[in-house]
Design a binder for this molecule. Structure first.
Ligand code: NAD
Length: 412
């Protein structure tokens, strides 16, 4: 499936699985996007399906076929007139839904992470290869303005040879994890923290960095080590919010507050990926990349370039470089992205780019090997954490194809 391009689809008929916060956001966006039609949805909760219909009605679109209940998703797989299944349900349903969709002849766009076990990662690769269906992970952070700028700088050699990167998903989700309403948006994010310890959500930081470095395309991950802190913050927050006798205050959370995973690539680069969704900290994906000619770091955005690499660029210098080196995709889509929004516009750029590739019948920027590898860092980090930070080999989902591939270029 490396470089795989499916026949062009002029009008993409989408079935949305999971019509909560994320699913409905994209239903709204697609109702305004040419060449796309939402023709069916499924959510385990009838109220969520009803709200999705309201989203279509607001845009003046005809109602979609709707399915609900525990097995309703299976009926979507039987529909013959769906080109793409878009999966925006909680994590543990991602792989089962993706496999069923590909086996029923549909392409897949699946929210992050696409899989929660190593076996699931391999299943995605094997079934995508066997069915020749796309399995695209919706890693919107690859399409953020700064991430696209970093990719543009990397491809134009401004940072030199890339040596090291640091990235993360640091997002204070204590209100979701400690929600007393199990149906509140993202309340389900608490359950994995009760049973897993590692980097549960690696792809937002890692996807962009792996793209800059050409991982799976000229380089590959070799091994990793991973260490988690103990859990402090959720218990403290639960006691403060509800008192020491509340059930949340007595939970034995498996997940440490901060997980730090270090990856070494075959070409000798290092990548640090952190995960912390429990501490009272401002949001950050870090997005730090350092090379032989300079470095860039975000939150806030800074850059230093040789030969004056002891000093950060001034604001004026940074603005000039941002304008001159802006990624062509961002330049082309930024006005519409600003109107549509979604994490600063990156959700729009991701969706519009995916739709463009499917309508033109070209290869996708993120393929099943990226989908599997970036997701696999979750279970691999858990193995290392459970073994006192021991070394864990990273599987090569491309089965050696990475040595023959070129890094993703700058798409026009
Ligand atoms: N890429 C991003 O920036 C980003 C942002 C937020 C969420 N997400 C991902 O999107 C997905 C959905 O998150 P959300 O914020 O919309 O959560 P949400 O809680 O707002 O919505 C989840 C929806 O899924 C439904 N649901 C629960 N179990 C289901 C099942 N087994 N099958 C189908 N539907 C089911 C719920 O009823 C709810 O309507 C998650 O995988 C999450 O990680 C990604």
């Amino acid at each position: 499936m490396a470089g795989f391009a499916a026949p062009a689809i002029d009008n993409i008929r989408i079935a949305m699985l999971g019509t909560g916060g994320r699913g409905r956001f994209f239903i709204g966006m697609f109702s305004r996007m040419p060449g796309v039609e939402i023709t069916a949805f499924y959510d385990s909760e009838p109220e969520a399906v009803a709200k999705a219909q309201e989203e279509l009605a607001k845009a003046g679109k005809k109602p979609a076929r709707e399915f609900t209940g525990p097995d309703g998703w299976k009926k979507v797989m039987d529909l013959g007139d769906i080109d793409l299944v878009w999966i925006a349900s909680p994590w543990e349903s991602h792989t089962p839904y993706s496999l069923a969709a590909m086996r029923s002849g549909k392409h897949v766009a699946v929210e992050v992470p696409a899989a929660v076990t190593l076996e699931e990662c391999w299943d995605l690769v094997n079934v995508s290869e066997a069915t020749r269906r796309h399995c695209y992970m919706l890693e919107n952070c690859c399409y953020g303005e700064v991430e696209l700028l970093t990719l543009s700088l990397a491809r134009q050699g401004i940072l030199g040879e890339l040596v090291h990167a640091e990235c993360a998903y640091i997002h204070d989700l204590r209100p979701c994890k400690l929600s007393e309403d199990p149906k509140a948006s993202m309340a389900w994010r608490g359950a994995p923290s009760m049973k897993r310890n590692g980097n549960l959500y690696p792809t937002h930081g890692l996807g962009p960095v792996a793209t800059y470095m050409g991982v799976n395309r000229g380089d590959a991950m070799d091994y990793l080590v991973s260490v988690s802190s103990a859990e402090f913050s959720l218990t403290a927050a639960a006691i403060e919010k509800y008192g020491a006798d509340h059930a949340f205050a007595k939970v034995k959370w498996a997940l440490g507050d901060m997980n730090t995973t270090l990856i070494r690539t075959f070409r000798g680069r290092s990548i640090m990926v952190q995960h912390d969704c429990s501490s009272p900290r401002p949001y950050s994906r870090i997005n730090l990349v350092s090379g032989t000619k300079g470095m860039l770091a975000d939150y806030p955005l800074r850059m230093a370039l040789a030969p004056d690499s002891h000093n950060w660029l001034s604001e004026a210098e940074l603005d000039k470089l941002r304008e001159e080196r802006m990624h062509p995709l961002w330049r082309r889509m930024k006005e519409r992205a600003a109107e549509e929004g979604g994490h600063g516009g990156m959700d729009y750029v991701m969706a519009a780019r995916l739709v463009e590739c499917l309508r033109q019948g070209t290869a996708l920027d993120i393929d099943v090997y990226d989908t599997a590898l970036w997701s696999a860092i979750g279970p691999l980090s858990e193995m290392s954490v459970a073994n006192r930070g021991g070394t864990v080999d990273v599987p090569d989902f491309t089965r050696g194809e990475w040595t023959r591939r070129e890094p993703l270029g700058l798409v026009p």
